[in-house]
Design a protein around this ligand. Structure first.
Ligand code: KG4
Ligand code: ZN
Length: 336
């Protein structure tokens, strides 16, 4: 636990990509964490380029971060001097973008004379689920977002073993690409999910990727190619969406269930943007495993998940981070 006075309000910042996120959580003496605020500015400027422009992302973070922090404090009903610790993402992500939130967080911590915690973006995604249930190891964590498809075993608190990952596209990236080719718009995940409600999941017979493998990796490029061929052969966007979603959900759920059987884990955290997917949630609900998803608004990139990761670090007694640490584009979470 922590020797700091409780309740402790922790402010978290994420500027790893194209969302400026600031969230605030409260750690109470009984060890519970509550999300008090979660403000995200999603940068629309990139849409015209069809992808994130790193320099534009950094500039937008600089322009928006003050306003987003004010909004988060207002939402929580707090003033800045009520903040007792600050956490910010130091990696992985776009270095220029990361630096904005990281420097802002360090400056804030120094000005307030409170501890600063550098957070790992993926640990943030995982601890987003701490808004719903106390997360104590051992558990499995499936992080499925636009940039990541990682399956971790967490045998002890703070220890991450990578048991599987995508060999090509990330899960969210595949949703985005299939949505684009079907003309369903961006971001693709919500568009596919919505169109799928009007389509037939059996219309296009996708093959399960890496079927028969003994490991726990993922692959989405074959599904993407099959989707392109089905589109050219005249599949409707709705049927394509429903069939692709079913295949993507199947491979994510089946592989995770096999990993749970192999490791003996009973609890699975499913997080990242794709964890917002209704069909994925419904499929995991039938596995018999104890599956924990982040609360509303905490699946995609946000600051509250970083504050939650900061709270977990404080609860575990991890020391505050040095203020001279930098941002890292590539930062593996697994330490084994
Ligand atoms: O976690 P996130 O905001 O960004 C990264 O860290 O990458 O995830 C964004 C990704 C996008 O690819 C988006 O299409 C996907 O999450 N996504 C979804 C849904 N909502 C967002 N994918 C499937 N179903 C959804 N409902
Ligand atoms: Zn993310």
């Amino acid at each position: 636990m922590t020797d700091r006075p409780l309740p402790l309000r922790i402010l978290g910042i994420d500027t790893s990509c194209d969302d400026t996120g600031v969230g605030i959580v409260e750690l109470t003496p009984d060890g519970r964490v509550t999300v008090l605020a979660n403000r995200v500015w999603s940068q629309a400027v990139h849409a015209q380029y069809g992808g994130v422009m790193p320099e534009l992302a950094s500039r937008e973070h600089v322009e928006r971060i003050d306003q987003i922090m004010e909004g988060a404090l207002h939402e929580a009903g707090l003033s800045v001097t009520d903040i007792g610790a600050v956490a910010a993402t130091s990696g992985p992500g776009l270095v220029g973008a990361l630096l904005v939130g990281l420097m802002y967080g360090k400056g804030l911590a120094q000005a307030l004379n409170v501890p600063f915690h550098a957070a790992h973006h993926l640990e943030g995604h995982i601890f987003a689920a701490a808004s719903e249930a106390e997360l104590r190891a051992p558990f499995l964590a499936l992080v499925v977002s636009g940039g990541h498809t990682h399956l971790f075993d967490v045998p002890r608190d703070g220890e991450y073993v990578l048991v599987g990952a995508t060999r090509d596209d990330a899960a969210g990236e595949a949703f985005d690409k299939v949505a684009r080719l079907a003309g369903l718009g961006y971001p693709g995940g919500p568009a596919i999910s919505e169109a799928a409600t009007r389509g037939d999941p059996n219309a296009v017979p996708f093959k399960e990727p890496l079927k028969g493998q003994s490991g726990f990796d993922f692959s989405f490029s074959g599904l993407k190619t099959a989707a392109l061929l089905a589109h050219r052969a005249g599949a409707t966007p709705e049927n394509l969406a429903a069939s692709f979603q079913r295949a993507a959900v199947q491979t994510l759920v089946n592989t995770t269930v096999r990993a749970a059987q192999s490791t003996g884990r009973r609890t699975v955290v499913v997080s990242g943007g794709v964890a917002a997917n209704r069909a994925l949630r419904d499929a995991f609900a039938t596995t018999g495993l104890h599956v924990v998803f982040p609360g509303r608004g905490l699946n995609t990139d946000n600051g509250a998940m970083i504050a939650l990761a900061g709270a977990a670090a404080i609860q575990a007694g991890r020391p505050a981070s040095a203020l001279d640490g930098g941002a890292t584009a590539y930062a593996p979470l697994a330490n084994a």
